[in-house]
Design a protein around this ligand. Sequence first.
Ligand SMILES: CC(C)(COP(=O)(O)OP(=O)(O)OC[C@H]1O[C@@H](n2cnc3c(N)ncnc32)[C@H](O)[C@@H]1OP(=O)(O)O)[C@@H](O)C(=O)NCCC(=O)NCCS
Length: 198
Amino acid sequence: MTIEQIQHTGLKPIPSVELVSQPLSSGDLNDLCDATEDAIKAGGGFGWIQLPNRNLLERFWQGVLAMPQRLLFVARLDNVICGTAQLILPARSNEAQSYHAQLSGLFIAPWARGQGLSRRLLDFVEKTAQHRGYAVINIDLRETQEAAIQLYESAGYNMIGKHPLYAVVNEKFVAGRSYYKLIQPLENIDPQTRGQSL
Ligand SMILES: CC(C)(COP(=O)(O)OP(=O)(O)OC[C@H]1O[C@@H](n2cnc3c(N)ncnc32)[C@H](O)[C@@H]1OP(=O)(O)O)[C@@H](O)C(=O)NCCC(=O)NCCS
């Protein structure tokens, strides 16, 4: 049954979010690539501007999964991947920022928007980061990403500043914004246990 058919019958699709901890099945990889392509076609907003070819996209997602410093999260509707986010962990050499993680590449495919999935995904990313002993999440994004700005500000992210030359889209500079959120105070984090789980 398609999402349209489920909505037509009045049954609400079931949302879920998860941290990907196993290699993606070919079905999941396919759904993730479909969602990425749909979101890029709808204006992107998470890095890609031009639609890459499918092989490149598949290799990109497999590469993300292979990187120990990146955690890949997905959102599903009725088990179909429809969105994603990544948490980029600090390099081991970056001791001064070892309590900071960067949220990147959060998007929901256009067909699944407006159902609270990005808020659910963001909340789960934050809880996972807390559990792993991080204190601060940083985000930067283009100023044109208004829905995402609303999402982050309403979730308690504080704007640090604006970058007038943040990105280049269609050969023109686009301004950006940087945000941070304290997800837990340092006093709540036990350095001993934290060291074992990193
Ligand atoms: C931003 C985005 C992730 C929102 O996804 P979504 O699942 O539709 O969002 P939700 O339904 O969970 O809504 C959460 C909040 O986002 C904000 N929001 C979502 N859509 C919005 C819109 N069209 N206009 C303004 N704010 C919007 C609201 O604050 C909303 O909270 P509310 O429902 O209480 O008002 C989605 O529009 C998207 O993928 N955009 C393109 C990619 C992007 O900009 N990513 C950010 C890069 S870091």
